[in-house]
Design a protein around this ligand. Sequence first.
Ligand code: DGJ
Length: 731
Amino acid sequence: MIEINTTKPAFYLHAANTTYAFEVTSEGDLAHLYWGPRLHSQDVSHLGRVRGRAFSPNPQNCHDTYTLDSLPLEYSAYGTSDFRSPAVEVFQPRDGSRIVELKYTSHRLIPGKPKLDGLPSTFTSESEAETLAVTLRDAKTGFEVELLYTVFEKHPVITRTARLTNQGSDPLQLRRALSCSVDFTPEYSGYSFLQLSGAWTQERNLIVSPLRPGMQSVESRRGASSHQHNPFVALTEFGASEERGRVYGMNLIYSGGFLGAAEVDIDGQPRLQIGVNPFDFGWLLNPGESFQTPEAVLVFSAEGLGEMSRSMHRFYRKHLINPRWADRPRPVVINNWEATYFNFNTDKLCAIAEQASKVGIEMLVVDDGWFGHRMDDKSSLGDWTPDLKRLPGGLEELGRRITGMGMQLGLWFEPEMISPDSDLFRQHPDWHLRVPGRPGMLGRSQFVLDFSRPEVREEIYRQMATILRSTPITFVKWDMNRHMTEIGSSALPPERQFETAHRYILGLYEFLERFTTEFPHVLIESCSGGGGRFDPGMLYYTPQIWTSDNSDAISRLKIQHGTSLVYPFSTLSAHVSAVPNCAVGRTTPFTTRGHVALTGAFGYELDLTECTPEEIEEVRTQVAAYKTHSKLLLEGDLYRLRSPFESNETAWMMVAPDRSEALVTYVLVLSACNTPNRNLPLRGLDPAKRYRLAGTERVYSGKTLMYGGVEIPIPDRDFRSYQWHFIAEQG
Ligand code: DGJ
């Protein structure tokens, strides 16, 4: 997988169908050579470009023939001659300098992939991947950067991370420490910048803008990856579509503030970067100390966005999501939030669960309001003991009744938060993120607990573990409903305050590591006001994520479509909810709500005791369908046939890896009168196979379905949907 020309040295990383190459220049800089379709090392070696240019300073021995300003670099440092956006900036308190010059010193090969200290990261066996570690060093300060590149044999994926160490004798302060930076050649200036951006209830819209000279970026300064921007950016070839065009994607395995950016320089060379947001960031490195950047996942597709997504999905299912859950059918849940909000008690929950148990639903998830004295969203976060007025007999009694119905029990927590009206706050008024002398902003009437502090995490862990050890809870919904402000920690000295937000995220990961180790049988669904923290860092610990607080089937088309660009459908929690929808007031057919939710981790979010007998029958059918398709939904390849961002209709298709079956979901938004007959061409099938449409005697060849298509019924109303299941005939 990794080829090295030791004379230069030069490095050629060959992942499935992809080559990524770089070399050491005559001046000891690490220069990027190539990233794209697979090539032999000999075909890449001539690509190195070193040339001077006006107003670009040169090393003293090079006159005007060499400048870092035009050199494609693997990890650029601020201060000498590269005027583009650097990957790293190091403040030297001793003399006030911010300059480091990173020169190659050594490299080594590591079988498989080392685990990252304190951070979630992709994992692999030694036979499936190989890691190259290249060390760069600044001779003056002793600042050292170890760049790690892991190459995966079966995936067009390379992961990158940097370990930054102070090998000198004076303290240093990192001001910027990105995970990855890639310089492309000027031919790429005609590419576009792809981002997934939105807002609460409108997450991850697919936005593509032409590259232009200067910076284009997305970032979060909110202490969470955020609803606003996802830690994913890509360069796409002009006109790239689902099936065509080159795509270069970068995803950061991190749940806090991040920066994803493309900068096009005066020569038209794009630099694509991703990492922890340098805004309001600092990290003190005393002699001997290291800083580990989060891992960046680099993916290449020569066949459009569809292939890129399928590569990411396969990769994350195999190398990021907990193997215990990755391929395990998820329980069908009924969550009481949109059914009752804060208005429930044991009897009400049991009434809903009883109806649910009769139609095959497997789990009751008790949402917000079961603890402290929480009658609304204004109190009790931090007091994780059951409210005995609501739940007489506590969780034990509820657990007994629910498991007695043959159902499992799940419970909502918001572990990272504290309400000013809570016993925890009264005991520890300084346990939240705060700056002394400032009152602090409330968000949803709550503060953010300072998860950088071990004693804070310990107390929350104690409370949660007490419940999990004594009740039959097998599912936790882990929510997080406000962003960070007044970012400061009472536990850190002034010079380390810039570290608070990152230390918080490290604390969160430590908590989740401990929690998943003690309670491996508990499936965690994470959530942040819906999809405000839908990132690979959370996915590492929580195999599914509540995709959005907007459960309207039509709004979900864009949200789920955009999210699927990077993340597998099986990780998108999707529920059927009541109409008119509580977020947008829209009334859609029950069937359509079912079809849209049936593509993700499936469940309900409505009061089943108020459903009509016809609706209950439909629930029974939907639950049975989910159980039939759960393996396909977990393991299948996604083909996006129609985009809600481009048209009035959406179509998705999951195809079994051996192409033995496929599930097609089609949704029309607005109907029209007098429309022509139309077909929907499918993809990903075996043209030579014959497929029967389940529930009928109709059989089609794969060729017919792909080149001719499935007939779309003439629409007779808005929001109509269809789901077709094709099964390959034996022999
Ligand atoms: C926000 C979540 O996204 C909802 O599903 C629900 O759990 C509420 N929080 C509860 O406060």
